[in-house]
Design a protein around this ligand. Structure first.
Ligand SMILES: Cc1ncc(COP(=O)(O)O)c(C=O)c1O
Length: 422
C-alpha cells in the first residue's frame, strides 16, 4: 500500500475519523506530546478523575465502612462483568483480582492439580517472561513433577503454530500463550489453537494483556478454558491496577484456588475455621480487594464499551496499515525493519520497528522529540496504537521524527546504556 506522506493527508484522515472525539475524553496536558505507549500504560480518562473524587470524598470520606455494602464488596464481579463483555465471556466468568502474574499462578497450579497424569506445560518463547517465571514457580511448588516445553519462533515475530500443534500430546496438561505477543504484536488465532489443544485433552490459558480492549475476541465461541490479563494497557485502568481472570463456567467448580483466603470463602462473615470455597468465581479471590485502584478501572472500560470494540478495531487496522505504509516509504530506506507481521489479521494494535541503533533512537525520541514509545530489547521501538486517542497526525509526526533522528544522526549523543524502565 502506498499513501501520501504529507501531514495534510494525516489531518484529512483525522477529520474523517468517526472516533476522533473520544480523544477529548482523556487528560492531555501537553498537546505537543505524542503518546505511543498505549500498550504499557494507557492514558488517564477524564471520567476517572471524577470517579476518584467520588471514591475518596464520598465513598471513603463520608460513607466510610458503609461503602462495603454500597458497591465495594461486589466491585471485583461488577468490573469483571464489564471486562467479560470485551472478551466475549459471560458476566460471571470474569473477576478482577491481584496482578496478572498472581492470577496466572493460581490458574496454572489449579490446572496442574486437576490434570492428573499429565506432566507438561507447552508455551512459546514469545510469551511474556513473567509468565515463564510463574510457570517455573508453579512447577517448583508442585515438587517438580512437571516440565515446561518452550517452542521457539522461527524469527521472533510469528508464533510457531505448526510446531506447537506438533508438540501437543496426551502428556500436555496446559497450553499457555500470549494472545497478542508483547514484542512483535503477532496475534494467535485463538479458536484454532484452542481446538488443537482440546483434541489432546489439554486445557488452554490465554494471556490477554496485549489484546484485551484492542482486539475483538470471543472466548466463549472459541471455547477457551482460562484467561488472564492486565487492565493498565488498552483498558486505561491506571498504573498497577489489578488484573482479571476468566474461567469457563463449567470449569469453575472443578478448579481450586491454591491461594485460599477469606475473600474466597463461602460464607465469609460466619468466620468459620475451615475453608470452604465460594460457589462462584469469588472462590478465586484471596484477600481484600484494592478498592481504590480496582474502582478506577471502570471508567476506562466504559469508554471502550461506548466506542465499541469492532469500531475501534477498524480504526486500529487503518492506523497500523498507515504506519506500515509510512515506514515503507520513509523509514525502511534508512535501515528500519518491520518487526511485526505484515498481515493485519495477524497483528494486535502495536507495531515494532527494529534498527541497529534502536535503543539510541528510542532515547532521542523520548528525550528530545517529545514522542513516548516503548523499547523492547534487543532493538524494538514499540509503537502502541490506542484508537480511543491515537490520531493519524500522531503517527505521521512519529515517523517524521524517527526519520529526522536517523538522517541527522541525532542519536549519536546517547550511549547504549539501558534505562531502568523502558
Ligand atoms: C503479556 C503480559 N503478561 C503478564 C504481565 C505481567 O503483569 P503483572 O505485572 O500485572 O503481573 C505483563 C506486564 O506488562 C504483560 O505484558
Amino acid at each position: 500500500m502506498t499513501v501520501p506522506t504529507d501531514a495534510a493527508y494525516a489531518s484529512m484522515l483525522d477529520a474523517r475519523d468517526p472516533l476522533a472525539s473520544f480523544r477529548e475524553r482523556f487528560v492531555i496536558t501537553d498537546p505537543d506530546l505524542i503518546y505511543m505507549d498505549g500498550n504499557s500504560l494507557g492514558r488517564l480518562p477524564k471520567a476517572t478523575i471524577s470517579l476518584a473524587e467520588d471514591l475518596l470524598h464520598r465513598q471513603w470520606g463520608t460513607r466510610l465502612i458503609r461503602s462495603w455494602n454500597e458497591g465495594w464488596f461486589t466491585a471485583p464481579e461488577r468490573v469483571g462483568a464489564k471486562i467479560a463483555a470485551l472478551i466475549g465471556a459471560q458476566p460471571d466468568e470474569v473477576i478482577v483480582a491481584d496482578s496478572t502474574s498472581v492470577n496466572l499462578f493460581k490458574l496454572v497450579v489449579a490446572t496442574l492439580r486437576m490434570q492428573r497424569g499429565r506432566s507438561r506445560i507447552l508455551t512459546d518463547n514469545l510469551n511474556f517472561p513473567s509468565d515463564l517465571y510463574v510457570l517455573q514457580g508453579a512447577i517448583d511448588l508442585l515438587d517438580k513433577q512437571h516440565q515446561i516445553e518452550i517452542v521457539a519462533s522461527h524469527d521472533g515475530i510469528y508464533g510457531p503454530t505448526a510446531e506447537l500443534e506438533a508438540h501437543l500430546d496426551a502428556q500436555t496438561a496446559l497450553l499457555t500463550l500470549s494472545h497478542t505477543v508483547f514484542k512483535s504484536g503477532y496475534t494467535y488465532d485463538m479458536s484454532s489453537m484452542t481446538e488443537a489443544a482440546h483434541k489432546v485433552g489439554s486445557l488452554v490459558l490465554w494471556d490477554l494483556s496485549h489484546s484485551v480492549g484492542s482486539v475483538p475476541m470471543n472466548v466463549n465461541t472459541a471455547q477457551v478454558d482460562l484467561a488472564i490479563g492486565c487492565t493498565y494497557k488498552y483498558l486505561n485502568g491506571g498504573p498497577g491496577a489489578p488484573a482479571f481472570l476468566y474461567i469457563r463456567r463449567d470449569l469453575q467448580e472443578r478448579l481450586s484456588n491454591p491461594i485460599t483466603g477469606w475473600m474466597g470463602q463461602k460464607n465469609l462473615f460466619q468466620f468459620e475455621s475451615e475453608y470452604q470455597p465460594a460457589v462462584s468465581l469469588r472462590s478465586f479471590l484471596t484477600g481484600t480487594a484494592p478498592i481504590v485502584s480496582l474502582s478506577l478501572i471502570e471508567s476506562g472500560v466504559d469508554l471502550l464499551l461506548e466506542a465499541g470494540l469492532d469500531n475501534l478495531r477498524v480504526k486500529s487496522e487503518q492506523q497500523s496499515e498507515y504506519l506500515i505504509a509510512l515506514w515503507e516509504a520513509m523509514l525502511e530506506p534508512l535501515g528500519f525493519s518491520l518487526n511485526s507481521p505484515r498481515d493485519v489479521q495477524q497483528r494486535g494494535s502495536h507495531i515494532s520497528l527494529g534498527h541497529a541503533e534502536g535503543l539510541r533512537i528510542d532515547l532521542t525520541l523520548l528525550n528530545d522529540m517529545n514522542v513516548l514509545p516503548d523499547f523492547r530489547a534487543p532493538d524494538n521501538i514499540r509503537l502502541g496504537i490506542a484508537p480511543l486517542y491515537t490520531s493519524f497526525r500522531d503517527i505521521h509526526t512519529t515517523v517524521m521524527r524517527l526519520r529526522q533522528i536517523v538522517v541527522e544522526r541525532l542519536y549519536e549523543k546517547y550511549s547504549n546504556e539501558t534505562p531502568t524502565v523502558t
